[in-house]
Design a protein around this ligand. Structure first.
Ligand SMILES: Cc1cc2nc3c(=O)[nH]c(=O)nc-3n(C[C@H](O)[C@H](O)[C@H](O)COP(=O)(O)OP(=O)(O)OC[C@H]3O[C@@H](n4cnc5c(N)ncnc54)[C@H](O)[C@@H]3O)c2cc1C
Ligand SMILES: O=C(O)Cc1ccc(O)c(O)c1
Length: 492
């Protein structure tokens, strides 16, 4: 089949009945649920962009294996030009969502592509696992599927490993093997967008200890598999608030859900790793599933940061405060942060790494530097919006106020911006700003930037330790080996 349309994606959502719980209710119709409807339409728009002549050649290609047109997220990059083809889809999808939706389909499609192209790693442990991931890659590529993933255990007692928790099946683990497959039970903490996806893939960050064998798992399942329950977090909007008042929060909320597996059968051909602590701990470093999707995260993060910086600039301009030195300093700082991330991405793409198989990956040091900086620079951009917007952020009227004839004059007079900025223009800019910096929606966006790829503190520590292994800090040696000044002088 190849690339899907938005209508085909919506049809797939409508055809299923996954078990989704939200606010104490079992959701019977995911598509018609107001909280999900607009995000589903945003996703459908991305699928339609693949068919739009304006984007098609940039974000899709003809698959060599099938002759069908598929998304560039499924391309195994072999050179700089391929990395640019992948970047194009990350950028087009991120621009369409202002970088506010982190887990658009391209993200996990890149993860699975990377597992597929590095399947030799799995083959060494169990040839079936390699065959399974290769078939799964072809299945999601050729049907253009949308995946969610869950890699983290529930936050019960982080001081203990999985097998040391009070209940053996709080953390997702294998219960038993059957001729048909593996039965699994327990939970994974967080799967973004899960209710509106087609499939879920499970794998884990490294950190398994001996004794954790039953938890060392990787597999994928349709999202409506019997026994799989999704427990949504409290929604941040009710799906009915006017787009005028919440232009971002009402469109781009990504629901997050805990996934509960209640004795779920995973067919053997969907098992990619099982009962092997060593393989589970090496999965990330050996299959590129951190580095390849970090390209997507970097591009998306850049667009999101750029958007926040632009909102800050437009807020300042709309009320004439960008004539002040302190405001210029803050806005200049944000623009420099955007430029830093933009430059790092370019370096990552130009200084790509080549694997023995010929696959290339954007440079890991630059990508990890982006990862390390975003949890500081994105919250700072949000803080600057709060500081510059000040009290005005709290004082926006609603679209309904503009429509009420008795107070229309007040609207035009008291909400006016600097010369040339109408009341409606000013209020609309402030509403973008409030969704980003005040709404619960905006707080989630901030928390996402901190934690979407694990704990930034431990990530930076891993980065340092890897850097130390690959670098000798030789400049210091050169300095230490300079001729001694005093001795030198006495010899002269
Ligand atoms: C909005 C959002 C969306 C997300 N989407 C997804 C998704 O779709 N799929 C997915 O799988 N995950 C997703 N994540 C989850 C993300 O992977 C985790 O939140 C992240 O790995 C951090 O883990 P945690 O939240 O359990 O924090 P914890 O690991 O519990 O950390 C809590 C605190 O304790 C400290 N800490 C904990 N353990 C240690 C330790 N061993 N050493 C030192 N300090 C420690 C940390 O520094 C941190 O400050 C998402 C997260 C967010 C916020
Ligand atoms: O964007 C990144 O930094 C890489 C990343 C994040 C989360 C994941 O689950 C994953 O496999 C890879």
């Amino acid at each position: 089949m190849g690339i899907r349309t938005g209508a085909q994606y919506i049809e797939a959502v409508k055809s299923r009945q996954p078990e989704v719980w939200m606010s104490g209710r079992k959701i019977t119709n995911v598509f018609e649920e107001p909280v999900f409807k607009r995000p589903i339409l945003e996703m459908a728009n991305l699928y339609d962009m693949q068919h739009d002549p304006k984007y098609q050649d940039q974000i899709t290609h003809i698959c060599e294996e099938t002759g069908e047109r598929v998304n560039n997220a499924f391309l195994v990059p072999r050179n700089y030009e391929d990395l640019q083809k992948r970047r194009a889809v990350f950028e087009v999808f991120a621009r369409a969502t202002f970088g506010l939706m982190g887990r658009t389909p391209d993200f996990l499609n890149v993860v699975v592509t990377s597992m597929y192209s590095n399947a030799d790693f799995l083959d060494k442990y169990n040839p079936d696992w390699a065959v399974n991931i290769k078939n799964y890659y072809r299945y999601i590529r050729d049907n253009d599927l949308f995946l969610t993933h869950a890699i983290i255990n529930p936050q019960n007692d982080r001081s203990k490993s999985s097998h040391e928790q009070n209940d053996m099946f709080t953390h997702l683990g294998a219960v038993k093997e059957t001729p048909e497959g593996l039965v699994v039970r327990g939970a994974k903490m967080l799967a973004t967008l899960a209710p509106i996806t087609d499939e879920v893939i499970i794998y884990s960050f490294p950190g398994f200890k001996p004794g954790d064998e039953r938890y060392a798992l990787a597999f994928a399942l349709p999202i409506d598999t019997p026994g799989l329950r999704m427990l949504c977090r409290e929604p941040m909007q009710d799906g009915t608030r006017p787009l005028f008042d919440h232009p971002l929060a009402s469109r781009f909320e990504e629901m997050d859900a805990v996934l509960v597996f209640d004795n779920v059968l995973v067919p053997w051909d969907r098992v990619f790793l099982y009962n092997n602590v060593e393989a589970a701990n090496l999965l990330y470093p050996k299959t590129g599933i951190a580095q390849q999707p970090a390209h997507q995260s970097g591009v998306r993060g850049l667009i999101k940061l750029q958007f926040a910086a632009e909102v800050a600039c437009r807020v300042a301009d709309s009320i004439g405060v960008d004539v002040f030195l302190n405001v210029q300093d803050q806005l200049g700082e944000l623009i420099q942060s955007v430029e830093t991330i933009r430059a790092l991405l370019r370096v990552a793409e130009h200084e790509f790494e080549t694997l023995p198989s010929g696959e290339v990956m954007p440079g890991g040091v630059s990508l990890e530097t982006i990862r390390g900086l975003m949890p500081t620079v994105y919250p700072r951009a949000i803080e600057v919006i709060q500081i510059i917007g000040a009290g005005g952020l709290l004082m926006s009227p609603t679209g309904a106020d503009f429509a009420a004839p008795e107070i229309a004059g007040d609207m035009e007079r008291y909400y006016l911006g600097r010369e040339g900025i109408s009341a409606e223009q000013r209020v609309k800019i402030f509403k973008l700003a409030w969704d980003l910096c005040g709404e619960a929606f905006g707080q989630r966006l901030l928390q996402y930037e901190r934690y979407y790829t694990g704990d930034p503190i431990r990530k930076r520590a891993i980065f340092y330790n890897q850097f130390k292994r690959n670098n000798t800090f030789s400049l210091v040696d050169e300095a230490l080996n300079l001729p001694d000044f005093v001795k030198d002088k006495t010899t002269v």
